[in-house]
Design a protein around this ligand. Structure first.
Ligand code: ADP
Length: 743
């Protein structure tokens, strides 16, 4: 057993990224909760070298109200001094003087490389400090090693070993907002736009925003155009797109883009190449620091929070001989990976690009990256590939079902285009199962889904009908009349139930013996077999946006808000928005609400307000308790807190179902649609009739047999029996405490 870490410090270094503040908050509160003192080192490594006022102890309240702020409130810098041994020795001395022997470093690969070197050198630095009499023998003995945990803060999402870096999701928000805006003006004037986004050695932002916004050409560093005359090819493709009916052309360019020979491709090159060939004006937008700015997205707030918490837990359990780790996330599970190995693999991508070994560069990227690139290459086509002789063509139906969920259109578009490209006949079914019963089936064409990538709501139309009895007859007839060979259901609870009913009635209706797959699309995130459904991230962001505004409206008073959010009986939106906004309390149907709970909550609110707090935030799931309604809670709190604070309800309602899909929802929609289509085609080619639903569950993306539906769900409450996010309640409760001593 090694010695326990005595004091922790946290610093942010390198480029700033949205979500860093959530990480700092979680580090500070988790450490305090565990009885460990915690310091902030201001201005990154520069502050560590400077010492003095730049290394300050933080208390519970000092990290209140920072989650919604972009950038980093403890400052960041690039530091020349820390690149030298002298600088690092001075820094070590400053840490020892402050009694710090554990460090959470939040930064990019540069900062994490520096951290690793610092830790390796530590014993030597201590010896030198002692020799120079800058520390005492006792101090030298008390600080034999430095424990380090790294978190990746980087908008580029360029780090090996984690699906997402802190800040990348928000950067995607900024880019998609901008590209959506540009698209609308470009379409009005039939113009061509070139948009340049960040990413020196990483095309993540360019690729994913390109896919998310349905743009027409993307240039990324890992996979430059595979032809010498890329300008010709690009211009031809854009022209063909126009001829096929597109009203605009949008090109996204990563800042590290280049041709196969390594020659830089800047926005001017693209602009010139296109103006010469298209004979029209081409506008350039360089997004620049806008991508780093603005309020962090819900995802980045939650990611920062979970990583910050895990960093402290890891640090407090570290033994001196342990290699430093970086905490990341993979398929929605936190990971601890050796820091240096991840840095090495990250740098390997840049090296492969520099050596023009693009196959290797792409090989080092994740499968979701390479799949996304392959999807993108199909989606940007002006027309599908010509039919290949002898390929069997299947008739695949696509429908939306249940309440509209942002991202349904993105998924429909992806499935329809990817299917058409492989020669299949894609049938759009209007108005969900109702339309299927009424025979509302039409053949879709390539340009018929233009613009769907970024549009909220449901273009195909959706309904909540769960077919029974005579509906089933009607549906069987439509399937037979239209010779539908497979069915993709993009929908929520009622869509799943409908697909389940069809499958369960196969004996009575031979027409139902076709492959069916359900793609989870519901803001409630209450579907089995999937940790995320499409639409839920958009809804979460809508809630977080609304709560940020509600909070601002209350700066001058002592006020408690009871915010009611959707979700039916599933508390996902309530808990996650609570985590992302720092709510004091979240009420879930899963946990129930008792009068005793409410009494405790009133007492805590009163204590908080008496202690100087100005705002209280309670988030209540819409069906948390049918007796203790939002109105009831407000009246109770108001009456009990009369002298101390007032109370207002905020029922967010349908704004949660609307809006354009978030980048995350669009990316997932593309990914899942592709997999679902592959599933259906494979089934059709084998004369199979599997009926399934897809999702990411316990670290794996897989298909679940439709017959498992009832086994996996609590039918009465329309939610999965096992809900992964319930494990996050402890962290939410910890961070919402009034102080470390509160029970
Ligand atoms: P990022 O962390 O975002 O990649 P930088 O590469 O600019 O950003 O690194 C931030 C800071 O981390 C540098 O200014 C320097 O202080 C420190 N740093 C980076 N690389 C090293 C290194 N090899 N050795 C020591 N310190 C480093």
């Amino acid at each position: 057993m090694g010695m326990a870490t005595k004091r922790i410090a946290v610093l942010t270094s390198g480029g700033d990224a949205q979500g860093m503040n959530s990480a700092v908050r979680a580090v500070v509160r988790t450490a305090l909760d565990k009885g460990t003192q915690v310091y902030a080192i201001y201005e990154g490594y520069q502050g560590m070298v400077d010492g003095g006022e730049r290394i300050r102890e933080l208390g519970w309240d000092s990290v209140g109200g920072i989650m919604h702020i972009g950038g980093t409130v403890i400052g960041t810098a690039r530091c020349e001094a820390f690149m030298t041994r002298d600088g690092r020795r001075t820094a070590a001395g400053n840490l020892i003087k402050s009694g710090i022997d554990g460090l959470v470093v939040i930064g990019g690969d540069g900062s994490l490389t520096g951290a690793d070197l610092f830790r390796q050198e530590w014993p030597g630095l201590v010896t030198e400090l002692l020799a120079r009499k800058q520390i005492s023998t006792k101090e030298a003995g008390a600080y034999p090693s430095l424990a380090i945990v790294g978190l990746v803060g980087s908008i580029d999402n360029d780090f090996h070993g984690t699906d997402m870096t802190i800040g990348a999701d928000t950067a995607l928000h900024r880019i998609t907002e901008a590209v959506d805006a540009i698209t609308s003006t470009a379409a009005s004037h039939q113009r061509t736009f070139v948009v340049k986004v960040m990413g020196r050695n990483c095309g993540y932002l360019a690729l994913m925003s390109g896919l998310a916004c349905g743009v027409d050409w993307v240039l990324i560093p890992e996979s430059p155009p595979d032809v010498e005359n890329w300008q010709e090819v690009m211009a031809e493709r854009l022209q063909a797109g126009r001829k096929a009916g597109r009203r605009d052309s949008i090109v996204i360019l990563a800042e590290g883009a280049h041709d196969r020979n390594g020659n830089y491709i800047g926005s001017t090159e693209v602009q010139k190449a296109l103006e010469e060939r298209l004979g029209e004006e081409v506008r350039v937008t360089v997004l620049g620091h806008v991508q780093r700015g603005g309020r962090p997205s819900a995802y980045d707030r939650i990611l920062g929070t979970l990583l910050g918490h895990e960093a402290v837990v890891t640090l407090l359990n570290a033994r001196p001989e342990d290699e430093p780790v970086v905490i990341g996330i993979r398929n929605n599970r936190l990971t601890r990976l050796p820091l240096m190995e991840c840095v090495r693999k990250t740098k390997a991508v840049a090296e492969a690009i520099a050596e023009k070994d693009y196959q290797k560069a792409m090989g080092l990227r994740s499968s979701s990256f390479t799949d996304a690139f392959s999807t993108l290459k199909t989606m940007v086509r002006a027309l599908p590939h010509p039919l290949t002789e002898g390929v069997k063509r299947f008739r695949i139906g696509v429908l939306n079902a249940g309440a509209p969920a942002p991202g349904m259109n993105t998924a429909s578009r992806a499935a329809i285009r990817l299917g058409l490209d492989q020669g299949h006949i894609m049938l759009g079914i209007n108005n969900g199962f109702e339309g299927l019963a009424e025979g509302e089936v039409r053949e879709m064409d390539w340009m018929g889904v233009t613009g769907w990538a970024s549009r909220g709501g449901s273009m195909l139309g959706t309904s909540r009908l769960v077919p029974k009895g005579s509906d089933l007859y009607a549906i069987a007839r439509t399937i037979e009349n239209n010779d539908i060979g497979a069915l993709l259901v993009i929908g929520g609870w009622s869509g799943y139930q409908a697909a389940y009913n069809m499958t369960a009635n196969r004996d009575n209706f031979p027409a139902f013996n076709l492959p069916i797959v359900c793609l989870p699309a519901s803001i409630n995130n209450n579907l089995p077999g999937s940790e995320f459904s499409i639409g839920t991230d958009t809804a979460l962001n809508s809630i977080v946006d609304a709560v940020d505004k509600i909070k601002q409206s209350a700066v001058a008073t002592r006020r408690c808000f009871v915010v009611e959010v959707m979700g039916h009986w599933c508390g996902y939106l309530a808990l996650m928005s609570g985590l992302a906004t720092g709510a004091e309390r979240v009420y879930l149907n899963e946990e129930g609400v008792t009068l005793r709970d409410l009494q405790i909550d009133v007492a805590k609110l009163t204590r908080g307000f008496e202690g100087g707090k100005r705002l209280g935030l309670m988030i209540r799931n819409e069906y948390a308790n049918s007796i203790y309604t939002t109105g009831f809670m407000c009246s109770l709190f108001e009456e009990e807190g009369r002298e101390v604070f007032d109370v207002r309800p905020a029922i967010l309602g349908h704004l949660q179902q609307g809006g354009d899909p978030s980048p995350f929802d669009r990316i997932q929609a593309n990914r899942l649609a592709r997999l679902c289509l592959e599933f259906l085609i494979e089934q059709c080619s084998q004369d199979g009739d599997r009926s399934a639903f897809i999702g990411l569950l316990e670290g794996q993306l897989k298909f679940h047999d439709m017959r498992d539906f009832e086994r996996l769900v609590d039918i009465q409450h329309q939610r999965p029996r096992q809900q992964w996010w319930m494990d996050l309640r402890g962290i939410a409760a910890l961070l919402a405490k009034l102080g470390p001593d509160e029970k």
